[in-house]
Design a protein around this ligand. Structure first.
Ligand code: AMP
Length: 328
């Protein structure tokens, strides 16, 4: 089935002279790597086609990968093929002008809650969308060209979305795809240094987070990052969001949550939900969100909702621990 979907997508790509690549809001390594990686593959393979990535969102964390293309007039979209990567639903596409494209294609690894586009290829079991792009290249390797630059982008997405090849979705295929990228002689020292070196002040902030974190009776670790704290420590939105990672290695805490005040008029609070062994996306869905089994996002609006979400997570962990063995 996936071969058929890939063939349809390749045929669509061949049909168009202009292709616009789209990604999701709150950009991350995977949607950035997948768009930039696919762009490089298409540019190297079809030098006469125009390929664009147009996105207002910026990420300090990913700035080392370079900027995107300049904004374009609506007419530029009108006769283009739009390829949307790593984005389950159209409301999460970061550039709203995707709707102007003549046709859309979806390539994604999230649960397929909203199929869209003239053709769609969704592999929920894939550890990243970048892994899918490597598979796409590998399937048509007689036709498509993979450059070192493309391999670098795709490796960034594979590394970041798989927790450095650690999460459950990592399979033999993931490693085979990573191998194809490593064969391009990419500079992994440079990639890892850019992704994971930290400022000394950040480490001090992390020490503060360990003081602040709370743990529920049954094993939910959580942090509340207020606007006040974000200002006090001069945190970017990304840095505030990254605090979730401080909670991921606590024995017995099968679920961890970060609540991050968005500082908007509605006083919305972004929730990042993570778990190991047990699944958490059903909880996110109850609070205006969704996502993967062990990594989801949601939005709440007040302290009552924060407390309710924490209590529900606690009950889920309790239930899981009582009915399963072997968790840590
Ligand atoms: P985050 O904590 O924002 O990185 O989200 C973790 C995962 O959940 C990502 O794969 C997101 O695509 C997904 N996700 C986050 N927020 C939402 C939402 N409101 N609806 C559906 N999926 C979401």
């Amino acid at each position: 089935m996936s071969k058929q979907n890939m063939e349809q997508i390749l045929n669509k790509i061949k049909e168009y002279d202009r292709i616009m690549l789209f990604r999701h809001k709150r950009i991350d390594g995977d949607c950035t790597g997948a768009t930039k990686g696919l762009k490089e593959i298409l540019k190297a393979t079809y030098p006469t086609k125009e390929i664009y990535i147009i996105d207002d969102e910026r990420s300090d964390f990913l700035a080392f990968l370079g900027s995107d293309d300049a904004p374009a007039a609506d007419e530029v979209y009108a006769d283009a093929l739009g390829i949307v990567l790593d984005t389950a639903t159209t409301d999460r596409i970061s550039n709203g002008k995707y709707a102007l494209c003549k046709e859309l294609v979806k390539i994604d690894h999230h649960i397929d809650v909203e199929p869209y586009g003239v053709c769609s290829w969704v592999e929920e079991e894939s550890s990243s969308c970048c892994e899918m792009i490597v598979k796409f290249y590998d399937t048509f390797r007689n036709e498509l060209k993979l450059t070192r630059e493309a391999a670098t982008y795709l490796y960034v997405g594979m590394v970041t979305d798989s927790g450095r090849f650690r999460y459950r979705g990592v399979s033999g295929d993931t490693m085979r795809c990573a191998g194809i990228l490593l064969d391009q002689d990419i500079n992994t020292d440079w990639i890892f240094a850019n992704l994971y070196l930290e400022e000394f002040d950040n480490l001090k902030f992390r020490a503060h987070l360990y003081d602040l974190m709370k743990i529920t009776e049954n094993g939910v670790a959580y942090l509340y990052i207020s606007q006040e704290m974000q200002k006090q420590y001069n945190l970017s939105r990304e840095e505030a969001s990254a605090t979730i990672s401080a909670l991921d290695s606590i024995k017995g805490c099968l679920c961890w949550l970060a609540f991050i005040e968005n500082g908007d008029e509605e006083q919305s609070i972004r929730v990042r939900l993570r778990s190991r062994f047990m699944t958490i996306n059903t909880l996110a869905e109850k609070y205006r969100g969704g996502g993967h089994a062990c990594a989801s996002g949601a939005t709440v609006y007040n302290a009552d909702e924060v407390n309710a979400l924490v209590s529900e997570a606690d009950a889920m962990v309790k239930e899981y621990k009582e009915s399963h063995e072997g968790w840590l």
